[in-house]
Design a binder for this molecule. Structure first.
Ligand SMILES: [Zn+2]
Length: 254
């Protein structure tokens, strides 16, 4: 992972997984802001080991507090068939709001090729970001980025982003797998709606960093400056990075 970060000039990456590995990643490379997949799915091979769907609250509180974890996600409400506003999640939203932990919300209907034995309760409706509105009403400072923006819920994403200024988005997976003529106009729409300064670079998986860098680079209607914003500056704002951290990041890629 570190090598792929080096090769692609990655200075900071958000990524979630099983508790056990999320702790390891952070230890191996401080550029990795990791956290637990939320919730983890005990039937899903990729989530192993998943002893409890939801992390122990006390443990999570201390992991956020001491900086071991700086992320929550990706959410799997759609793949597990659980409503995002389910009351069980309330204490976790409370923690995330308190420590200003960024949350990656899977806001699409896909992926369309999947293992039904791992996800028998699949319900793509639960990827709809509008379902986050009651959560945001209760926890209005939650910092969420909507993953896979130009997918099925692109209008809903725009609606939620307009309502809450700390909601950002990224365009992974859809921009890699769907035809460009389908998703590109929706990325343009984001800019027309005045939300382009909340689009962040993402890769979804570690092995697809390069490909996703090229996708942004090849949006030829974006200015050089706008591309820089997508690659770094918008995320720096979303994550409230300090001037010191920003200077350090720039030095890392000189
Ligand atoms: Zn996803």
């Amino acid at each position: 992972m570190g090598q792929r970060f080096d090769e692609n000039n990655i200075v900071l990456a958000l990524g979630g997984g099983p508790m056990k590995y999320a702790k390891l990643w952070q230890e191996l490379d401080k550029r990795h802001w990791s956290g637990p997949r939320f919730p983890c799915n005990p039937l899903r091979e990729q989530d192993e080991p998943c002893e409890n769907e939801l992390p122990n609250l006390k443990e999570l509180d201390s992991l956020f507090k001491n900086g071991t974890f700086k992320y929550l996600g990706e959410t799997s409400f759609h793949s597990m068939g659980i409503h995002p506003a389910d009351e069980r999640f309330n204490p976790y939203w409370e923690l995330a709001e308190k420590y200003q932990i960024p949350i990656g919300f899977h806001a699409d209907a896909g992926p369309f090729r999947r293992n039904m034995e791992e996800t028998p309760n699949w319900n793509e409706e639960y990827g709809n970001p509008l379902l986050l509105l009651p959560v945001l009403e209760k926890y209005p400072k939650l910092k969420i980025y909507l993953m896979h923006y130009p997918g099925r819920y692109f209008n809903e994403c725009i609606e939620v982003m307009k309502k809450y200024e700390q909601i950002y988005c990224e365009i992974t997976a859809v921009s890699m797998f769907a035809p460009k003529e389908k998703w590109e106009p929706k990325v343009k729409k984001l800019y027309e709606e005045g939300l382009g300064d909340r689009l962040m670079f993402g890769s979804d998986y570690v092995g697809t960093i390069r490909k996703n860098i090229e996708i942004i680079y090849n949006l030829d209607w974006l200015s050089e400056e706008q591309k820089r914003d997508v690659y770094y500056n918008n995320a720096a704002k979303f994550l409230n990075l300090t001037e010191l951290e920003i200077t350090r990041h720039h030095k890392m890629v000189e």
